[in-house]
Each structure stands twice: as structure tokens, then as C-alpha cells.
Design a protein around this ligand. Structure first.
Ligand code: ATP
Length: 328
């Protein structure tokens, strides 16, 4: 299968003008400008196939928005190759724009003085979509997103953050794009609205076989939506692949907590390293999932062991340990 989005060895550095303090320095710097350079992304490579969602993950300033801006063609890469549907996105041809959409959670496209439905009508004429068809699409998308007919008619500035975001999604999907870039689509939204948006994106991807790149700081978005993840750390690739593969790479991902007497701990320690938990007489063992039955056998042989509780490290803890590893 030929990837719909190709990013190969891409780097981007921003050139930033350094402002000097004081009137004299400001005048001097007008004639002799000083700049600093910020390397936002360095040598990043990934692909997205048809019907796939790639999640971009990273701490603040890791380079996620820069990556979205590069692949959507808003800014130009200094080095490397970017192809979206076989084309350089920076050229932003009409054909490209008709098939692609960009949703920035913090920067909306809706006109605050118009209603969602009026903005849609305006967009419909730009994209040459039949007005009736655009209104019918809007209504069915609104229904999927749990947005009422009344909300569609209200002036955007009077809508709540969640209602506005749903409106942004409707507007951005009205031309049925096959490539979608989403920068923080669920930022600041309550968990029910977040789930409505996730379900909407999942259904959209399935229905139109769309390729999607999204950034999110919410791990639930990532786990629920993404086929692959790309973890950025200070502009570099830290991990690229599936969530399952990442989990399989982590040693001793499973943890069992239990209460036990000192004698029982002494016996269990012959087989596994037992660590002390926060509560009194509470302990835990870390181990690989394939050892689960063995661990269960050892614990069940002990009468003085109680409150046994198994769980795996969550994705956020795994990713945090990757960041820590990268800092060493
Ligand atoms: N227009 C710009 N000019 C100069 N520097 C920039 C510009 N945009 C981003 N940067 C810098 O590039 C780096 C990466 O920023 P970017 O916004 O891509 O990160 P991010 O992962 O999206 O962060 P966040 O999660 O906080 O939104 C940061 O150091 C940022 O300060």
C-alpha cells in the first residue's frame, strides 16, 4: 500500500530576531540585527497509510505543532521530503486543498459573528459544494457530535468551548477531506465532549478511509484513536510504531501489589525482587506478563498473603520513562 503521507528526514529551524532592551540598543539593533536559531524538529521520518491515524506525542515544545504545520504545508521544511497524496503540501494546489483539512484546537476558522450554519454556507461556496448538500452534511455531522439544531443557528461567540470545537470540526470536514491534520482537537473539553469527538473521528476515518495525523496531550485520545504513534522529544524521534509494540519493549511492565507478613516476604523474595509499597505491610513485584502464572502460583502458596492486585503500567508512565531515559 502506498502511503498517503510521507515525511522523510525532515528538519526545521526557526530564525528568531533578538530584541534588545533600551532605546539606544533598539536603534542599534535596527541596523545590526541579531538572531537566534531554534531547532524545532530534526531528521524526523514517518508515513501514514490510507485509513490510518498517526498520533504525535511530546511534551510542551517537543515540536508537534511544527510537524503539523510542515505536513499541512503552512511552513516549509529546511531539509527533507514531505509528500501528501504524492504532492509537496507547501505548494498548496487547489486539488490538494480540496482533499485536505487542518483543525487547530486553539485557532478556529469559524467567524465569531456568524452562526455555524452561515460559516458552512460560506465554505460551501468556496469549495463549490451544493448548498443543500452542505446543509444536509452539517445536520448529520451535528447529530453525530450531539450538537443541537439551535446551536447551529447561534452566533459562534455565544457558544461554549465544546460547542465551538464541534462547529470547527463540521466546518473542517464539510468538503469530506481524505487527509486530516488535527492539532489538539480535544484541548480543554470535558470528558463526554472528548469522547463524542473521538467517536466522530473514528467513524469518519472508517467511512471515508481517511488518513489522519493528530496531536493530543490526552493519553485516552492516543490509546483510543491511533494506529501508530510518533513520540517526539526536543524535536527528535524517540519512538515510532504501534502502542502494542511499545508496551512489548518495556521490561517488567506488569505489577502485582499485595499485603504480606514478613515471613511470607522472606519466602517470596527467593523467587522475585519484592519492593515495599507506600502502605504498611504492602509490597509489590514487577515482572514480565509471560511470568504471570508463575507469580500467581508463588503468591497463592502463601497463607499470609492477601489483597492481591495485578495491573500493567499505563501508557503515560511508559512514555514518561522513555523521556527520562532520553535525558540520561
Ligand atoms: N514561529 C516560531 N518562531 C520561533 N520559534 C518557534 C515558533 N514556533 C515554535 N517555535 C519553537 O519551536 C519549538 C517547538 O514548538 P512547537 O510549538 O512545535 O512544540 P509543541 O510540541 O507543539 O508544543 P506544545 O505542546 O506546547 O504546543 C519550541 O521551542 C518553540 O518555542
Amino acid at each position: 500500500m502506498k502511503p498517503q503521507i510521507i515525511v522523510k528526514n525532515v528538519s526545521k529551524t526557526y530564525k528568531v530576531y533578538i530584541k534588545e532592551n533600551g532605546m539606544i540598543n533598539a536603534v542599534k539593533s535596527f541596523f545590526n540585527r541579531k538572531y537566534k536559531y531554534i531547532q524545532a524538529v530534526k531528521d524526523i521520518s514517518f508515513t501514514v497509510n490510507q485509513g490510518e491515524i498517526l498520533g504525535l506525542i511530546g511534551l510542551n515544545g517537543a515540536g508537534k505543532t511544527t510537524t503539523i504545520k510542515l505536513v499541512s504545508g503552512i511552513i516549509k521544511a529546511d531539509k527533507g521530503i514531505i509528500r501528501v497524496l504524492g504532492k509537496d503540501p507547501f505548494l498548496r494546489s487547489k486539488e490538494y486543498r480540496n482533499k485536505v483539512s487542518l483543525v487547530m484546537g486553539q485557532k478556529g476558522q469559524l467567524d465569531p459573528d456568524l452562526s455555524i450554519i452561515d460559516s458552512v454556507k460560506l465554505f460551501a461556496s468556496i469549495y463549490s459544494i451544493d448548498k443543500k448538500e452542505a446543509i444536509s452534511r452539517t445536520k448529520s455531522m451535528a447529530e453525530e457530535l450531539n450538537l443541537s439544531e439551535i446551536d447551529l443557528q447561534k452566533q459562534v461567540r455565544t457558544l461554549s468551548l465544546g460547542q465551538r470545537m464541534k462547529g470547527e470540526l463540521i466546518l473542517s470536514f464539510i468538503h469530506l477531506p481524505v487527509i486530516v491534520f488535527l492539532d489538539e482537537p480535544t484541548l480543554g473539553l470535558d470528558f463526554i465532549t472528548q469522547r463524542a469527538i473521538r467517536n466522530y473521528l473514528k467513524n469518519y476515518k472508517k467511512k471515508y478511509n481517511a488518513s489522519i495525523i493528530l496531536t493530543s496531550h490526552y493519553i485516552t485520545d492516543i490509546e483510543d484513536l491511533c494506529d501508530n504513534i510518533y513520540i517526539l522529544h526536543k524535536g527528535h524521534e524517540l519512538y515510532y510504531g504501534t502502542i502494542d509494540k511499545l508496551k512489548s519493549m518495556v521490561p517488567n511492565i506488569r505489577k502485582v501489589r499485595f499485603n504480606a507478613s514478613n515471613c511470607a516476604i522472606e519466602r517470596i523474595s527467593k523467587y522475585y525482587k519484592v519492593e515495599k509499597a507506600d502502605e504498611e505491610q504492602e509490597y509489590f513485584i514487577r515482572f514480565n506478563p509471560h511470568e504471570t502464572i508463575n507469580v500467581m502460583k508463588i503468591l497463592s502458596n502463601e497463607i499470609e498473603v492477601s489483597n492481591i492486585n495485578f495491573h500493567d503500567d499505563t501508557l503515560d508512565i511508559i512514555i514518561e520513562s522513555l523521556y527520562k531515559g532520553a535525558e540520561k
